[in-house]
Write a new protein. Structure first.
Length: 109
């Protein structure tokens, strides 16, 4: 948010903060959420780059289209191991998976 807008909101009596502040999230929780979001975004990017529909990709990982949609949305019901397994099926290496996690985690620190 631009400083001028923040100042204007605070002058009007509003309290300005982050999503983590609003939800009272710990740094560990923020890091976990950012990791899931980064993995989910990368799954969608790789799937689209390979011109796979959600249904086609679901068949590759022996799952359902709705589960793929939840994976790409970083739904709370989707585990990290499923996200990582999906990336590996899409051709990501271990190093690439580690880099995806590390890049987003660095922002949380």
């Amino acid at each position: 948010m631009k400083k001028a807008k923040k100042d204007r909101l605070e002058a009007a009596g509003w309290r300005v903060g982050s999503t983590a502040d609003f939800l009272n999230l710990s740094p560990d929780e923020v890091a976990f959420i950012e990791m899931k979001l980064a993995l989910a975004k990368n799954i969608r990017t790789r799937r689209l780059r390979q011109r796979l529909s959600q249904d086609q990709f679901a068949k590759l990982i022996e799952s359902s289209q709705s589960r793929v949609a939840k994976m790409e949305a970083a739904d709370a019901s989707v585990s990290l191991d499923l996200l990582i397994r999906a990336l590996l099926v899409l051709g990501a290496s271990r190093k690439e998976v580690a880099r995806i996690i590390a890049l987003e985690s660095k922002h949380a620190a």
